[in-house]
Design a protein around this ligand. Structure first.
Ligand code: C2E
Ligand code: CA
Ligand code: CA
Ligand code: CA
Length: 279
């Protein structure tokens, strides 16, 4: 199981669970996993497209099952969302990510940020703000160093609640990104109503660049929209140099993908930053 700890050697378990939403044995395994501390975080660099300097990391949850090996989030996040375990896991992710960001920053010798995924159920939970405050306090980091990634669906399902909560989050300097931008029920009106800072362009629009005329047009329009609204943009799933160069030309300042850094263990992220700081 040592290999799975390395950044370059991440192998997802081939085992798939039957009907993940109703698999009782998997549900039991998840509760067991929480007790045994089988969950941990991978960190994927978010880099400046021109200089390739690391500006932050997205925290991505992982589950190391003793028999199944590494279980991908696609196999357990949805279930955790339906059985409510996501609240427990999400609270842990928030704390761990903030505390570890502080340490990453220390070796980097400059300010970094951490991007944390927030699920719909977590966002609806009335404890969310208190948990976020706890995480900030515990880590001692500034609010501006935390970016919360939410999806369009969260905003659309209960806009009144979302607006109130987002304003309180923004009051702490914590920033908000729309994850998978363009893939959900987008409504441009929401970009006006809510205090959003960042758009993350989904990999679906990146993967066929620069060849696909349609994807190029979509990226172009999203980037121009973001520029005019003064929003930062992160292109997700950048896998090669051609995609990166296209995005640089189109003015996308931040990128995240296998080409500039795979999700990796915390210790490996520390090493990458240490090497960068020594240059
Ligand atoms: P996401 O938030 O859209 O995260 C990006 C996904 O793309 C990650 O998958 C990442 O490993 C993958 N990725 C990054 N670069 C590339 C690339 O160049 N090519 C390809 N093909 N993929 C790339 P991952 O880690 O399997 O996570 C899947 C989803 O699970 C995430 O999608 C997110 O929605 C969810 N997730 C992960 N961690 C958490 C968490 O802590 N809380 C919640 N609520 N959801 C999480
Ligand atoms: Ca995300
Ligand atoms: Ca995403
Ligand atoms: Ca995505």
């Amino acid at each position: 199981a040592k290999e799975t700890g390395r950044a370059r050697c991440v192998v997802y378990s081939r085992v798939t669970f039957n009907a993940p939403d109703h698999d009782v044995s998997m549900e039991a395994a998840m509760f067991e996993a929480v007790r045994n501390g089988e969950f941990f975080l991978h960190y994927q660099p978010i880099v400046h497209s021109g200089t390739r300097e690391i500006v932050g990391f997205e925290a991505l949850m992982r589950w190391m099952h003793p028999e199944l090996g590494l279980v991908a989030p696609s196999q357990f996040i949805q279930m955790a969302e339906s059985n409510g375990l996501i609240n427990l896991l999400g609270a842990w992710v928030l704390k761990a990510a903030c505390v570890q960001l502080k340490r990453l920053q220390e070796v980097a010798g400059r300010e970094l940020y951490v991007s944390v995924n927030v699920s719909p159920r977590q966002f609806r939970n009335d404890q969310f703000l208190a948990l976020m405050d706890d995480a900030l306090k515990l880590s001692g980091m500034e609010g501006r160093q935390l970016l919360l990634e939410i999806t369009e669906g969260i905003l659309m399902s209960d806009p009144v609640h979302a607006e109130a909560l987002l304003l309180q989050i923004a009051a702490r300097g914590v920033r908000i990104a729309i994850d998978d931008f363009g893939t959900g029920y987008s409504s441009l009106a929401y970009l006006k109503r809510f205090p959003i800072n960042t758009l993350k362009i989904d990999r679906a629009f990146i993967k066929d660049l620069p060849g696909s005329v349609k994807d190029a047009a979509i990226c172009n329009v999203v980037l121009s929209l973001a520029q005019h609204l003064n929003l930062a943009t992160v292109a997700e799933g950048v896998e090669n140099e051609e995609q990166l160069q296209f995005l640089v030309r189109q003015g996308c300042t931040l990128v995240q993908g296998y080409h500039t850094g795979r999700p990796m263990m915390f210790a490996d992220a520390m090493d990458v930053l240490r090497a960068g700081a020594a240059e």
